[in-house]
Design a protein around this ligand. Structure first.
Ligand code: 5AD
Length: 467
């Protein structure tokens, strides 16, 4: 689903200002435009911001739309097969649409890493293939293309660096993403990420805090710390901050009103994170803690390193906080060998935890994963059935939980405005979505909103005043 509040290319002025000081190739590129279509997770959204920044520093301009672009990048996702297929159907459509003048086409991200050179065979009009672990080589790859190379690739996973760039184009005026750890070492049997994003690499605390201070000075009030397993961050510098200390330091920065972090792995979810949320009001009282399944047998086969009971202990720790912390999760249904009893245990986990939001998926076998070689024992129709049952159960849970919020007042950061409905829409610190009558000028502001009605996925309210 596309994000209706995403701000389109060209909003940010900082990286445009940086293009002024560019060297010769940058000036030569001045008339050339690029467009990035992003699929998948927030890490990909943020990677696209970094890539856009690099492009602009080389003198390229953001195209108004895909049809007018000289260069098109697809920043891809391969977490499930359907996601991976999307890019190939996009590449096919593009070839049909644009006979007269094909733009330069690059495939970035997880599909690029996974498929590598094979992409050129499937889609001969692609000229750049680059995985996220090689983004620091993008300027060099672009240079090769500019000097006439037909095909270039960046596919090495052998890196100990992160793609850090001062040039990042910020596509949202109030929320800034900051990658604190790249890659993943967890080796869950279903997951392709270690294969596509490489090993874990944490950024040093001083560099991270400096970046967050700069972002606050530039007017960003919400900082979202990112990592595939964000709480596995380990400070590689002598300061040796813990993840909870890093959260606290970011929350203390003047001007920062909200700090979010995603995604946490239950294994590394420690009580000091909950203590930090209790101690620092700017730390949002929301934790995304993917369970994946409610059955210990399935969790063991998934290689998640925790049982249902151990997961519930982490939930107990979150529930024992002084603040009311909302909890969301990811669930996979129909994993190899998942029986009806296992599935029932997942349903009972939803009841027991009372999640505020659940992202649920049918298991999709992925290449080069451990489970990819196992029997995909639950057929697709049964996976669909389980998914529908699970989603209906969660819908009822959410409706009940949301109805209990009617009459309360929440702080809402206004993220957008539906002109047709005259409604402002934003999020509470708990990540609840709230719609309320407003004006476009409120976008980016914090408002106190009194909740008057509730649905399963969002709340409706009235402005009570500035927050
Ligand atoms: N099949 C289905 N869902 C998957 N996820 C990760 N790998 C797979 C897969 N092979 C889900 C997990 C993860 C989320 C980002 O995507 O729930 O937390």
């Amino acid at each position: 689903m596309s994000n209706p509040f995403q701000i389109l290319p060209g909003e940010n002025s900082r990286s445009e200002a940086l293009t002024g000081g560019c060297d010769k190739p940058a000036r030569e590129n001045a008339a050339r435009t690029f467009f990035i279509e992003t699929f998948g997770c927030q890490m990909n959204v943020h990677d696209s911001e970094k890539v856009a920044g690099v492009m602009m520093s080389r003198g390229y301009r953001a195209a108004e739309d895909v049809d007018s672009a000289d260069i098109i990048f697809y920043n891809t996702c391969s977490i499930r097969e359907k996601a991976a297929q999307k890019v190939f159907s996009r590449l096919g459509q593009l070839k049909k649409q644009r006979h007269a003048r094909l733009p330069v086409i690059g495939v970035l991200g997880c599909v690029a890493q996974q498929e590598g050179d094979a992409i050129f065979e499937q889609a001969p009009h692609v000229s750049l293939v680059c995985g996220s672990a090689s983004y620091s080589k993008l300027p060099a790859l672009l240079e090769e293309l500019e000097s006439g190379s037909r095909r270039v690739t960046g596919l090495s996973l052998a890196t100990d660096e992160c793609f850090e760039t001062e040039l990042t184009r910020r596509d949202n005026r109030f929320r800034a993403y900051v990658t604190i750890i790249e890659g993943c070492d967890k080796r869950c049997s279903f997951c392709v990420v270690p294969e596509t994003r490489g090993p874990e690499r944490s950024r040093a605390s001083a560099a991270l805090l400096a970046e967050c201070r700069r972002l606050a000075d530039e007017g960003f009030t919400e900082i979202q710390l990112l990592g595939q397993t964000v709480n596995s961050w380990r400070d590689p510098s002598p300061a040796r901050l813990t993840f909870a200390e890093l959260l606290s330091r970011v929350a203390e920065i003047p001007g920062v009103r909200r700090v979010r972090f995603t995604t946490s792995h239950p294994r590394d979810f420690t009580p000091d994170i909950v203590q930090a949320i209790d101690a620092y009001p700017a730390l949002c009282n929301h934790v995304h803690l993917p369970a994946q399944s409610g059955s210990s047998a399935v969790l063991a086969r998934m290689g998640r390193t925790y049982s249902r009971e151990a997961y519930l202990e982490k939930i107990g720790c979150i529930r024992s906080a002084k603040r009311d912390i909302s909890i969301s999760t990811d669930i996979i249904v129909g994993f190899c060998g998942e029986t009806i009893e296992d599935f029932e245990e997942t349903l009972s986990l939803l009841d027991e935890v009372g999640y505020d939001q659940v992202f649920s998926f049918k298991y999709s076998p992925r290449p080069k994963t451990a489970a990819g070689g196992w029997e995909d024992s639950v057929d697709d129709a049964e996976k669909s059935r389980r998914l529908a049952v699970l989603q209906e159960r969660q819908r009822q849970i959410q409706l009940r939980r949301n109805e209990a919020k009617v009459g309360r007042v929440f702080e809402v950061l206004v993220e957008g405005f539906h002109a047709r409905l005259g409604q402002a829409v934003g999020r509470t610190p708990e990540n609840y979505i709230v719609n309320f009558p407003g004006v476009p000028e409120w976008t980016g502001q914090y408002e106190a909103v009194w909740v008057t009605a509730a649905g399963p996925n969002s709340l409706v309210g009235e402005r009570a005043g500035a927050a």
